[in-house]
Design a protein around this ligand. Structure first.
Ligand SMILES: [Zn+2]
Length: 146
């Protein structure tokens, strides 16, 4: 069973749970997996999110706070695509450095372009799932703007 634990501030718990469980079901990532999703200000890092591998069955996603609904969904999907890359072994740490398909990432941005393509492909699918699942009142209520 996969366990999703989320924490932090400035985010919608409903959106976090629905987007992450939609993704895990869509890609059948339902094996023994512990996923921690934490929310904090990433302003100084100039990013909307990060995804780390803690061990083979433990991963952490960090997301920026007060993202609007669209940006939140896209950023979470983007980080979940990195999760898939970690699980498949496409992303790995070799000699202390991040590698994508056995190439050090400083020589390739392929892991990012791959995640951006998937994020844009998956966003409409996820949004239509959410609008069909959440009541329209709740969907309207979920809105964080910077
Ligand atoms: Zn990325």
């Amino acid at each position: 069973m996969t366990t999703i634990t989320h924490s932090g501030y400035g985010y919608s718990k409903t959106l976090c749970e629905h987007v992450s469980s939609w993704y895990l079901n869509e890609f059948h990532l339902n094996d023994e997996l512990n996923l921690y999703i934490s929310h904090r200000s990433l302003k100084s890092e100039g990013a909307t999110g990060f995804c780390y591998s803690i061990s083979d069955d433990e991963y952490e996603i960090e997301l920026d706070v007060y993202l609007n609904k669209t940006l939140y969904i896209k950023s979470l999907i983007h980080e979940l695509c990195h999760l898939t890359q970690w699980i498949s072994g496409d992303l790995s740490i070799q000699q202390g450095k991040l590698h994508y398909r056995n190439e050090p990432v400083e020589f390739t941005e392929l892991h990012e372009s791959d995640a951006y393509v998937k994020e844009n492909e998956l966003f409409p699918k996820c949004a239509s799932y959410l609008s069909g699942t959440l009541s329209s009142r709740l969907w309207q209520k979920i809105n964080y703007t910077c």
